[in-house]
Write a protein that binds this ligand. Structure first.
Ligand code: M6R
Length: 618
């Protein structure tokens, strides 16, 4: 949650900070703010609400200068007001801090600082930081004429802090310096040129300036000045961190003519599958070549149980993975919400593989669960989109999903890439465990054909637009599926909730008769996933049970299925594929339905209320 950015160099800083915040706005949009230093003068502007409010304000009060920090907020402590917007300042209005994360011991720190005369003006946890740094500046009075450097005061302050932070700090007393720090919240340093740096929560904010980045590690403190950058630890040791080149194309983070990122990303799904498969699928041999897993091949061959951990949409992708791995690799699989796993006492050992799925690679719950799994000795495998993210770096091995930057809060193409990678992992582990060449080839061929089939599904998107226009007047929906499509029913409901704010529930089709069917009447439509697969007849029966009670039904069926069409109110067709890959085709019409319902209802599609893309708090 929240996005921070800092820039130091020779360019006008305000547009750089604003563009960076625009690119990170998916991380939060409760308020935004900047602090820019010009000589010894600090200019600050903060506004509640979306970034446009800040942009409007800045038209009246331009902030000149070449060094500054910015923040985009997803509120945790304190209401989303102008006052609680970052940057936050010390008593003198000299030190300004932008923060992503939560300071857990802020109560004690605030009490201690109040006793020492500090005055607080906001309800945020973050405000303790500038005051604490101010306090450290005063303490242990430095020699006459030599003020304590900002980075030293920051280091001393952070030694007292518990919680998570990505920070950028500016002081008008040292106008040619930014100090940044990371513990538990993401931070990336972009090295534009000697003496010119951008530091941000997300690499997308850095991409317009440079592709040479350093992924800042937990416990690192950065000091950025015109003379260069320095990385030190909380213990004041100097570190050397490697620069990596980001291979994302800057235009991937633009809308490219689409009205919303969500639609653009839905349309990019055939490419997402192709990118996830590139160089990994050997169709003739029916195998998956996965570099990360090959390195652990021997240990993987001894694995006797798999636990999949994720949150939200990634969790639903994980549920599909459960069906895949059980059917084709013969492995017992459990799928766990990361937020629950971390508080349980799971039984796992060195023969357990824990697959951690995350688009951002920064989700706090998933990261905590990963660390717990590692601590217990399991082999951890990442299925992550953001290259260099914390989860990607902490797993024992992994398979990047290569979906490219996903900007819309509602995940679509990243989910598609996760399903692709899970199919590849199934092929890899299945072939290790006696899956035949014939079966391996069949899966590989069908996977190879998925992008073309997705293009067919997407070419019919106007039908979903029409359906949304008819159905957006309803306020409750069921999404029903069985076997491989039960998780996708859950995903369809989540998508609709997220972007259209309509109430939707995902259920296994067979569960309807155990209670939920009581709600069915002609005002409560059901979106039923009933392609021609091994559970087709069962689903058709469930469909009829709903119809018999006056329910309105949209069915997702296999191309040419006239039987289902004749029983329902509306039908959406998908091409035939292997049952284990059907989720990849079935999810798309539901994404489009959610998208078009949100458009019809005038919702903020890419930045739905109350949400943030990257959930880096518990
Ligand atoms: O970045 P992650 O994949 O770890 O995020 C997990 C969930 O927060 C995420 O999938 C969320 O549910 C999306 N908004 C779904 O569209």
């Amino acid at each position: 949650m929240c996005g921070i950015i800092g820039y130091i160099g020779k360019k006008d800083v305000q547009p750089i900070l604003m563009e960076g915040l625009r690119r990170m706005e998916y991380r939060g949009y409760d308020s935004a703010g900047l602090a820019v230093v010009d000589g010894k003068t600090m200019g600050v502007c903060k506004k509640q609400g979306k970034l446009t409010n800040l942009a409007n304000e800045l038209q009246e009060h331009d902030l000149p200068g070449t060094v500054g920090v910015g923040h985009i907020r997803w509120a945790t402590h304190g209401a989303p007001t102008d006052l609680n917007a970052h940057p936050h300042a010390d008593c003198q209005g000299e030190i300004f801090v932008v923060h992503n994360g939560i300071i857990e011991n802020y109560h004690e720190l605030r009490d201690m600082l109040k006793e020492r005369g500090h005055e607080f003006t906001t309800q945020t946890d973050t405000e303790v930081l500038p005051h604490l740094i101010e306090e450290m500046m005063k303490s242990d009075e430095p020699k006459a004429g030599h003020k304590k450097p900002l980075e030293q005061a920051v280091t001393e302050a952070l030694a007292l802090v518990q919680g998570a932070y990505g920070l950028a700090i500016l002081s008008s007393a040292e106008p040619e310096k930014i100090v940044a720090a990371r513990l538990g919240s993401p931070l990336v340093l972009g090295v534009v040129a000697p003496g010119e740096y951008v530091v941000a929560s997300d690499v997308t904010a850095i991409m317009p300036h440079t592709r040479d980045v350093i992924y800042v590690e937990d416990g690192d403190i950065l000091t950025l000045t015109p003379a260069g950058y320095k990385i030190t630890t909380l213990q004041n040791e100097t570190l050397d961190r490697q620069t990596t080149t980001v291979d994302w194309d800057v235009t991937q983070a633009e809308k490219s003519g689409y009205p919303h990122f969500m639609l653009k990303e839905i349309m990019e799904q055939p490419d997402a599958v192709e990118n996830a498969l590139r160089g990994r699928l050997i169709v003739e041999e029916g195998i998956a070549h996965l570099g990360g897993l090959n390195e652990q091949a021997e240990r993987l061959s001894k694995v006797n149980q798999v636990i999949i951990i994720a949150c939200g949409t990634a969790y639903y992708a994980g549920l599909v993975g459960e069906y895949m791995l059980e059917e084709y690799a013969g492995l017992p699989v459990q799928v766990e919400y990361a937020s629950e796993f971390r508080y349980r006492k799971p039984v796992l050992d060195e023969n357990t593989a824990v697959i951690v799925i995350s688009q951002s690679g920064e989700t706090a719950d998933t990261l905590a669960a990963l660390r717990e799994a590692k601590r217990k000795g399991a082999l951890t495998i990442g299925v992550v989109n953001v290259v260099g993210s914390t989860i990607a770096r902490e797993v024992d091995c992994g398979v990047y999903t290569h979906a490219g930057p996903e900007i819309a809060v509602a995940s679509t193409k990243a989910t598609m890439a996760q399903l692709t990678v899970l199919a590849l992992i199934t092929l890899f582990l299945g072939r290790q465990r006696g899956m035949s060449l014939v079966t391996g080839k069949r899966i590989a061929e069908e996977l190879r054909d998925i992008p073309a089939k997705l293009r067919t599904v997407l070419s019919n998107r106007s039908e979903l637009d029409q359906l949304a226009k008819q159905y957006a007047k309803f306020t409750h929906f069921y999404f029903l599926g069985r076997k491989y499509l039960y998780p996708m029913a859950m995903e369809g409901a989540l998508k609709l909730k997220e972007v259209s704010y309509l109430h939707a529930e995902g259920y296994p089709s067979g569960e309807m008769k155990h209670g939920p069917i009581a709600l069915i009447d002609d005002s409560f439509p059901s979106f039923i996933l009933t392609p021609r697969d091994s559970v087709y007849e069962k689903n058709v029966s469930n469909l009829q049970e709903i119809k018999a009670r006056g329910g309105n039904i949209i069915a997702l069926a296999t191309e040419g299925d006239e039987t289902v069409k004749s029983m329902v109110d509306a039908v959406v067709y998908i091409p035939k594929t292997l049952e284990m890959l059907t989720p990849m085709l079935a999810v798309v019409p539901m994404q489009l339905f959610a998208y078009y319902c949100a458009v019809v209802l005038g919702r903020d599609v890419d930045q739905p209320r109350n949400l943030a893309k990257s959930v880096t708090v518990e």
